[in-house]
Design a protein around this ligand. Structure first.
Ligand SMILES: [Zn+2]
Length: 494
C-alpha cells in the first residue's frame, strides 16, 4: 500500500477509460486495477479471483441461496468427479458435453485409473444415479436440491475473467417431480427467481427466451434462458433453466411408486445461475468510465469512512470516525474505516475505482459542526449530513443508488429491439448494437440451417422465442422464405 509521500494531495486519475467505446480494454483494465482477478496464472481460462470480487460474489451467493431456500430447495454438495460410465448414460447429453470435458485418467507415478473420471462440466450425471437410490415413492417428491460449486469446461472460445473461464462458480439446482406439469411450474418459478434476484437485487435487466431446439441443453426437452445486454451491444446469457422431461429419469432410472402403486418415471428440471459470469455481467452493466459502481446491496463495503487530518488532530478525528463506524455497523451495514497512511485524495480515487457506493468524509470542521460530508459514487455527488441523521440518510441513499443503477441499465434496454426483414437489415441493426426480431420458419430442428445461415451472414445468433409476450408472426422466414411460424430474436453474444 502506498503512503502520503508518494501520493500527493491532489486527486490523481487512477482509472479512466471509455466503457462504451473501448469496452474490452475497460473490462481488462478494471479487472486489473480494481484487483478483481489476476490473469497471470498461466493456464488458459483458469484465473485466481481476488478478495474484492470474491467478497462481492459471496454476497450474491447469499442473496440467491436465501431465495432458493425460501422456495424449498435444500443445499447439498456432490464430488467434483464423475465416472465415465455415468457421464455417458444419456446419449445426447454426453455428445453435447464431451468436447468440453477434462478427464482424470491416472494418479501418482502414472498409475492408470480403472475408469476415467470427468471433472464435472455440470452435475446431472453425478447426481441422478444417487437420486435413483434416494427416491422410492410419491412421498419422496418433490425433491428440490441445489449445490454451490465450481464446474470445469474446456472452452474453445477466447476466455475472459468471470465472463468465460474454464472453471467457474455457480449454483446448480436439480429437482424431481411426480408430473411434467410440476416440472414446468418449477421452470416458471426459476424464471421468476431470475427476475427477483438478477434484476431486483443485482439490478441487471434481462430478456427471457425459450431457446431453439438446436441450442437447448443437451438431453433436455426445452431450455429457457435470460440474456442481458453488455456495453458493446452483445448479449450475455445469465441463468438458464431446463425442462428435462423424463429423459434423464429414463437414462438414470429415477422412478417412484405412485399412489396407484405403479412404478413410473419421474420428471426433472435443472437451473444453473453461474455467479462468476453474472458478476462479470454486473460490473460491466453498472460500471462507468471511472471504474466500478457496485449496488449498495452487493458491495463488500457499502460505506467507507475517510478521515481527513493534519498531524496533531489525527487521534480526535479517527476516534470520531470509529464512533461513526460503530453506529453504521450496528445498523447492519458493511463498513470500512480507511485510516491507512495515505492522502484523502488518493483514498477517494481508490474507493471510487473499486465502486464503493457511499463514502463518509470526516474532517476537523465536520467534527466541530456535528456534520459529515457524504459522497455517492454512482452520481459522483456530495452532500452534508448531520451526524444524528447519518444512519437513516445512508440507508436511504443506499436504496436510491440501487434504484438509480437499475433504472439506468433498464433505460439502455429501451428501444433495443428492432425488426428486420432481410439479412442485410439484420446485419445493419446488429452493427448498431441492437437485438433484432425477425420472422422465422421454425425454432424446431428444421430451422437449424436457417439459424446457421443467419450466423454465417451476420455474426448474430438466434437467441430463441420470447415467452413473456404473445407474438403472432407475419410474413416469411428471413432466410428461406417459407411462411413464418415464429418471431425469433437475433443478437451477437458472448
Ligand atoms: Zn427458414
Amino acid at each position: 500500500m502506498s503512503d502520503g509521500e508518494t501520493h500527493g494531495t491532489e486527486a490523481e486519475v487512477i482509472f479512466h477509460i471509455s466503457k462504451k467505446d473501448r469496452f474490452p480494454d475497460w473490462y481488462g483494465e478494471i479487472c486489473r486495477v480494481a484487483e478483481l482477478a489476476d490473469i497471470r496464472y498461466g493456464v488458459k481460462g483458469f484465473t485466481p479471483f481476488l478478495p474484492w470480487s470474491v467478497m462481492t460474489m459471496e454476497v450474491m451467493f447469499d442473496i440467491l441461496e436465501r431465495v432458493l431456500q425460501r422456495k424449498g430447495h435444500l443445499p447439498m454438495l456432490f464430488p467434483s468427479v464423475i465416472p465415465e460410465s455415468n457421464l455417458t448414460r444419456e446419449t445426447e447429453h454426453v455428445q453435447g458435453f464431451t468436447p468440453q470435458v477434462f478427464w482424470i485418467s491416472e494418479y501418482g507415478e502414472g498409475v492408470k485409473l480403472e475408469e476415467r473420471l470427468a471433472l464435472r462440466p455440470t452435475s446431472e450425471t453425478a447426481i441422478y444415479p444417487m437420486y435413483s437410490l434416494w427416491i422410492r415413492s410419491w412421498r419422496d417428491l418433490p425433491l428440490k436440491r441445489y449445490q454451490r460449486c465450481t464446474v470445469f469446461r474446456s472452452e474453445v472460445k477466447s476466455t475472459r475473467p468471470f465472463l468465460r473461464g474454464r472453471e467457474f462458480l455457480w449454483i446448480e439446482s436439480h429437482n424431481v417431480f411426480a408430473t411434467h406439469e410440476e416440472g414446468l411450474a418449477q421452470v416458471k418459478e426459476d424464471l421468476e427467481t431470475t427476475k427477483e434476484v438478477i434484476t431486483e437485487e443485482y439490478g441487471i435487466p434481462v430478456m427471457v427466451f425459450k431457446r431453439t431446439q438446436w441450442d437447448k441443453f443437451p438431453g433436455g426437452v426445452n431450455t429457457y434462458a435470460a440474456d442481458t445486454l453488455m456495453p458493446d451491444g452483445k448479449v450475455l446469457q445469465l441463468p438458464s433453466t431446463h425442462d428435462l422431461g423424463d429423459n434423464f429419469a429414463r437414462s438414470f432410472d429415477v422412478k417412484y411408486v405412485n399412489k396407484d402403486n405403479e412404478t413410473v418415471y419421474a420428471f426433472q428440471t435443472c437451473y444453473g445461475p453461474a455467479i462468476s459470469r453474472i458478476y462479470g455481467g454486473m460490473i460491466s452493466v453498472h460500471g462507468d468510465d471511472n471504474g466500478l459502481r457496485l449496488p449498495f446491496k452487493l458491495a463488500p463495503y457499502q460505506v467507507v469512512i475517510v478521515p481527513i487530518f493534519k498531524g496533531k488532530n489525527m487521534n480526535e478525528i479517527v476516534q470520531h470516525c470509529r464512533a461513526i463506524e460503530s453506529s453504521l455497523k450496528e445498523a447492519g451495514m458493511r463498513v470500512y474505516l480507511d485510516d491507512r497512511d495515505a492522502t484523502p485524495g488518493w483514498k477517494y480515487n481508490y474507493w471510487e475505482m473499486k465502486g464503493v457506493p457511499i463514502r463518509v468524509e470526516v474532517g476537523q470542521r465536520e467534527v466541530k459542526q456535528g456534520k459529515v460530508a457524504v459522497f455517492r459514487r454512482d452520481r459522483m455527488s456530495r452532500e452534508t449530513v448531520a451526524l444524528e441523521g447519518l444512519t437513516k440518510r445512508v440507508r436511504a441513499l443506499g436504496s436510491e443508488i440501487d434504484h438509480a443503477l437499475r433504472s439506468e441499465a433498464e433505460a439502455r434496454f429501451e428501444g433495443l429491439v428492432v425488426d428486420a426483414e432481410s439479412l442485410g437489415q439484420v446485419e445493419d441493426a446488429l452493427d448498431k448494437g441492437k437485438i433484432v426480431r425477425v420472422p422465422f420458419c421454425t425454432s424446431q430442428m428444421d430451422g437449424m440451417s436457417c439459424g446457421e445461415e443467419i450466423k454465417n451472414k451476420t455474426g448474430g445468433e438466434v437467441r430463441g422465442t420470447r415467452i413473456d409476450v404473445e407474438e403472432k408472426p407475419t410474413g416469411v422466414c428471413v432466410v428461406c422464405g417459407k411462411v413464418a411460424q415464429e418471431f425469433v430474436y437475433v443478437a451477437r453474444s458472448y
